[in-house]
Write a new protein. Sequence first.
Lengths: 341, 411
Amino acid sequence: MSAPLTRIAAAEDGVPAARPGSGRTGRWLRRAGRHRVALTLAFLLILPWIAPYQALAVTILVLGLYALGFNLLFGYTGLLSFGHAAFLGGGAYGCGIAIVRYGLHPVLALVAGTLLATLIAAAMGVLAIRTRGIYFAMTTLALSMCVYYGFYQAESFTGGENGLRGINVPSLTLPGLRLSLLDPIVKYYAVLAVVGLAVWLFSRLLSSPFGAALEAIRENESRAQACGYDVRRMKLVAFVLSGALCGLAGALQAIHLSIVPIETMHYSTSGQAVMMALLGGMGTFFGPFVGAATFALLQDGLATLTSHWQLFVGAIFIAFVLFLPLGIWGEVLARLRRAGW
Amino acid sequence: MTTGIDRRGLLRGSAAASALALAAPALLRSAAAQGAPIRIGFPVPLTGAFGAEANDQVRAAQLAIKEFNEAGGFQGRNAELIVRDDKLNPGEAAGRTLELIEKDKVNFLVGGLSAAVTLSINNVARERGVIYNSISQSDAINEAKDFGRTTFHEALNPHMTAGAVGRYVFPKSGKRVAFLSADYAYGHEMMRGFKRAGEASGIEVVADIRHPIGASDYSAFLPRIAALKPDVLCLCNFGRDQVVSIQQATEFGLKRTTKLVAPILLFTARKAGGDAFDGVIGGTSYYWRLEDSVPSAKAFNDRFRAAYGGAVPSDYGALGYAGVRSVLEGVKAAGSVETDKVVAAMETLKADFYKGPQSFRKCDHQLVQSVLIVESKSKGLKTPDDVFTILGTEGPDERFLRSCDELGHKA
């Protein structure tokens, strides 16, 4: 599991394990790495002005957070999960049900959604962590489908096949502030405030000793164990944290779309996370947002142009995997480093 | 090499610029006289299992737009259809609806082809006060919980379709009835419609079997049903499930003892499914042979044939036409494109667009319309499109709808 990932580590900016580049480029990259949260946020701040429309920008934001959470487990800990749709969906349903059935304040609903996703992640994690490699992927896939059918059948809560409707949050009232979320730009920046907080926490987590230990597990699990780390517990914590981030993404998506379709929990949504992480560059800090933006823009743009969009999207993905195995952002970083003078 | 702008180029450029500046007000004036087009967003699943139906919906909707524009539009304003692919995915549909409202600034929305998708479009549209005329079957969209004052439902709903078929079949074919239903909202809604209709004729339910949606093997269910020898087997499923279950029921020889009934027989599904559908009875909102008895159907078919090389419109296609037309007629009647005025106009619209009289019920904006009972045939076809016999028509009547009270609408 860990052998093919070793290579990727070199593509990371600002992470202690990464090989520092030489010369001027290396200095620049290190400097950028120290300010990775600010740089990521700077990009996200201008995103709605360069995206084709604001609703798509919000979608990119949400998908980016989803891929970011997935990347914690995949890129940084080296565990490939095929069950992250359960966390995205759990967060979405948790938030949606809190608003529709219990009339909670949207901020509390976000917390409720994240909590539900965290619980699902803890339950799935305890079982899945016992396995490795392909078995881990299969176990997470199977467990997420159990969650899917559970939510599908709980029709009185989730709306079943018809999906959950009525998550209508026309405005957000905070102390001393009233925001109209029907205005797409206001909605974007409200969502960005939450995503920005999550990105900052994520960065803190990565630069903590815990983050370094996760990468140690990715690089060589036996050695990490020999160093005295409780590998199984750390994997579980990473799994749960990853689930919580994806759950927060789901909760934001529920408020963004005002509905939760049952498809959110489908395994194809888990596949999306893998795809976005690979497209952007796994194990890179900014990669998930690049992956999410590429994914969303490709799908959106091609679907508007032709009804055969699937053919082109497929071909483009294959090309990426063949020619840019490090992902877009991973490749950019690797080239900058190689060109270092 | 000369770089930059030379004097001659500058002169030419400034001449062109001043000409444009002089002409601009004139250009703007003529644009204003034309008026901004009335934009109708049309999200349908161009890709996915119902691509054929969706493409027919687009073609028919374009016809309604063309008619409107050829008749002079509304106060010099033409109508324009903005088609988006919702990929049969409610999340995608919600995103596309946001795009249509926020970026394309559509005046109205028509479309949807699946209960989950139509409910999702409806939720986004009603929150933003944009009129949405749904052309997809759904019972939930009538209920107070999902209804908004801008919600309209041009399509039939499962309750009235299954009800009409039940009221036709049960008195004629017998009272021992078996159900084979897809286990999800739509299957349950259909079954409820059948059972409600059956109460009147005193049916006896001998079997009530649910199958998972998307099942490909019905051999576990069909022998049990065959052993009971029911008079009628109601197949409450849709799309591919319907085709496969009917094919397998035919192979099990069920047709010898039992009348097969499907709540909705799709024109496109029948053409794809072939002979297996022989003798199956079902309901539909529209079938092109209605032209033999209804003049407006004849006129609609003729226009469609002329526009699309002799093809006839499908049932869902016709809904695309009617859905767009209802909104545009509403604009004409209201003398405005303002939401409130158009809503009021559509509520009182009494029309005959393509299938006989139709009007929206006030409380839930469900279109009160006729339901056709058709039987599938494969012999003696006049043309390859001649695949059904119209057995009967249940005329438009509010009695066949669930009452406003039951749906939770306060009087």
